[in-house]
Unconditional design. Structure first.
Length: 118
């Protein structure tokens, strides 16, 4: 079973950037597809981005395409979410997820708060 811990959240002004990190332990990193989700206050958790085990194929929600980039570093057992041109509507708790496939992510981290001020 894989254990995930996110970091890198914080408060940023609109138009700014943040990079989230998620370190995985307890499993073979290269065997897992990885993803990022977010949940804003009063809303359901939503998909943000995902990356296959091979790193060659990535997926993004339409609302973040061109601004957020997911990547993975197998040497560091870490998945990243580079967030640029941030908007107040990006404010949410961001969760890292892992699983056998990008449509079957069933391991979750505790989340990290991202707040974008206008």
């Amino acid at each position: 079973q894989v254990h995930l811990v996110e970091s890198g959240g914080g408060l940023v002004q609109a138009g700014g950037s943040l990079r989230l990190s998620c370190v995985a332990s307890g499993g073979t990193f290269s065997n897992y597809a990885l993803g990022w989700f977010r949940q804003a206050p009063g809303k359901e958790r939503e998909f943000v981005a995902a990356i296959r085990r091979s790193s060659a194929i990535t997926y993004y929600a339409d609302s973040v395409k061109g601004r957020l980039t997911i990547s993975r570093d197998s040497a560091k057992n870490t998945v990243y979410l580079q967030m640029n041109s941030l908007k107040p509507e990006d404010t949410a708790v961001y969760y890292c997820a892992a699983g056998a496939a990008t449509n079957n992510l069933n391991y979750w981290g505790p989340g990290t708060q991202v707040t974008v001020s206008s």
